[in-house]
Design a protein around this ligand. Structure first.
Ligand code: SF4
Ligand code: SF4
Ligand code: SF4
Length: 363
């Protein structure tokens, strides 16, 4: 059987632009590294590029979609045949295309073969930087405004800004990208968007990975809709570990870790969403949510009044407080102030509420 060396530029995820950078800035080095590798194995070369990528100066080019399995020979062979990019990971498995045995080298590995591994290309907040191996990540990224940092994209880790100095740039996939999550962001809201992308990139070969991304996103969406339960946190952690163990390829074995990191590092923020139906970053619960004060829970302590910048809460000591819906901006700040958990978001039918100031216990 003839040999085919596929030079794959399909490994970028939505946080990474590294392959595009290699094609635009280092194409000659990539070609030279690929030729070196092809000579060693006696293979002919085929470039597998993302749709729309420039292919000037390349002879044998095909196009596919970016996927976490973009370096897997079987997955690449499937893309060449027009099928879904699903991988095979057994060592003794031979991927075939057009009566050729398929080997794969990424554009990054081809570059390293030509130039050595002194430099790592990292997408930092959407922009590709060339960084010396061994550099600590706190020298790579400005984390002054960071609440957290996502290293390694969709299958990476979520860390605190002060942990950046513990990470030294190497050839590991964790250093493919670094993304700052700003202090103003809500971690739950950020996770929902992240999980939407995680789902998009899951190939669907195994149910735990594919369904897991969707179920995790749904649970996080319930958190910002005020419908989640405290037990959901343990559920995410336990199921996350099961997905890591039960997934077929490194993508499913890694993506749940960022979710587990988020839950562990920002437990208070998740707690606020689930138990108090409020968002400390003032991002969630704002879009037209109806906040009311439950008359049977309000003790008339007045603590909520000072929290409301809109002066939408009417009340005085010992009286059931009321929210004026015309003035309320649905910011959720008053929820944090109420130790009685008397302020809630209402969906659908409104509970019976007092129309005028009423003494606690008299409604
Ligand atoms: S773990 Fe996810 S990406 Fe990997 S084979 Fe299974 S479904 Fe596909
Ligand atoms: S903080 Fe809670 S208990 Fe106190 S007045 Fe406001 S709604 Fe009532
Ligand atoms: S949700 Fe915001 S605007 Fe509405 S009553 Fe509470 S603090 Fe005031």
């Amino acid at each position: 059987m003839e040999k085919l060396l596929v030079v794959s530029a399909l490994k970028d995820d939505c946080y990474q632009k590294n392959a595009a950078h290699f094609l635009e800035r280092h194409l000659e080095d990539v070609k030279s590294g690929a030729e070196k590798f092809a000579q060693m194995s006696g293979a002919k070369i085929l470039f597998l590029l993302p749709e729309g990528a420039k292919a000037e100066g390349l002879d044998n080019v095909r196009y596919g979609i970016c996927t976490p399995t973009g370096d897997n020979p079987y997955s690449c062979a499937q893309q060449l045949k027009g099928n879904l990019p699903r991988p095979m990971i057994q060592d003794d498995y031979i991927a075939e295309y057009d009566e050729n045995e398929v080997n794969v080298i990424t554009v990054e590995s081809a570059y390293w073969l030509a130039k050595g591994t002194d430099i790592k290309h990292i997408t930092v907040n959407g922009e590709v930087k060339e960084i010396a191996m061994g550099t600590k990540l706190n020298e790579v990224v400005d984390a002054a405004d960071a609440k957290a940092v996502l290293v390694g994209g969709l299958k990476g880790r979520l860390i605190l800004p002060e942990q950046l100095g513990e990470y030294e740039v190497s050839t590991d996939f964790l250093y493919d990208s670094v993304d700052v999550i700003p202090k103003s962001a809500c971690i739950v809201d950020t996770l929902i968007k992240h999980l939407g992308n995680t789902w998009n990139y899951s190939c669907g070969k195994c149910v735990v990975c594919r369904e897991g991304t969707l179920q995790f996103k749904t649970i996080c969406e319930e958190m910002v809709a005020g419908k989640a339960k405290p037990a959901d946190i343990d559920l995410l952690k336990e199921v996350g570990e099961l997905i890591k163990e039960g997934s077929y390829c490194p993508y499913g074995q890694n993506w749940p870790q960022a979710v587990i990191d988020a839950i562990t590092l920002f437990a208070d923020e998740f707690d606020a969403h689930i138990k108090r139906k409020t968002c400390p970053a003032n991002v969630c619960f704002q879009k037209g949510a109806t906040y009311v004060i439950l008359p049977d829970k309000c003790t008339g302590c007045t603590d909520c009044i000072d929290e409301c910048d809109e002066m939408a809460i009417e009340g005085k000591k010992g009286f059931i407080h009321m929210i004026d819906q015309d003035m309320c901006e649905s910011c959720g700040k008053c929820v944090e102030a109420c130790d009685e958990e008397a302020i809630v978001i209402v969906e659908g039918k409104m509970p019976k509420l007092p129309k005028k100031l009423t003494r606690v216990g008299k409604f």
